[in-house]
Design a protein around this ligand. Structure first.
Ligand SMILES: [Zn+2]
Length: 147
């Protein structure tokens, strides 16, 4: 085997090792970018985001880690406090917010679309998470999709 080939193999191995690491809890946690209040510094919350991302398809996870900034403001979900949700419910909520990002709901043209909530929850169900809303009527009632 020539030296050139050895070098190339080593390079491939390091790329493969990095790929594997990037798809571990540790690797995902390392790549999560956050902004917000004191809770952001608690590794526990980052761990939960990482666990949620690891349940999602790899291309979705990569896209989110590349483009999303996680903003956290102490409570996860409306008026519910952190303690009132189980771990898997918290992951459903995190997945829901990630779905909004993946669907581009933060973009100006989709921001007021009344169907955003339903679409986000259709998507998280595909990823294996549970819906948070029983009905979407409160968002969609009397509204028509534009276009
Ligand atoms: Zn939502």
């Amino acid at each position: 085997m020539s030296e050139g080939k050895n070098f190339e193999m080593e390079l491939w191995e390091s790329i493969i090792i990095e790929e594997v690491w990037e798809n571990t809890i540790e690797g995902v946690m390392y790549n999560i970018r956050t902004i917000g209040d004191i809770y952001v510094e608690e590794t526990w919350d980052k761990l939960l985001i990482a666990k949620t991302l690891l349940k999602m398809p790899k291309e979705i996870r990569e896209n989110v880690l590349e483009g999303a900034l996680f903003v956290q403001v102490g409570v996860f979900f409306g008026l519910m406090s952190k303690e009132e949700l189980t771990e898997s419910e918290k992951m459903d909520v995190i997945a829901h917010e990630i779905a909004h990002f993946v669907l581009g709901d933060h973009m100006a043209e989709k921001r007021s679309d009344p169907y955003n909530e339903r679409e986000a929850e259709d998507l998280i169900e595909k990823w294996g998470f549970k819906r948070g809303y029983v009905s979407y009527e409160q968002f969609e009632k009397g509204r028509k999709r534009r276009q």
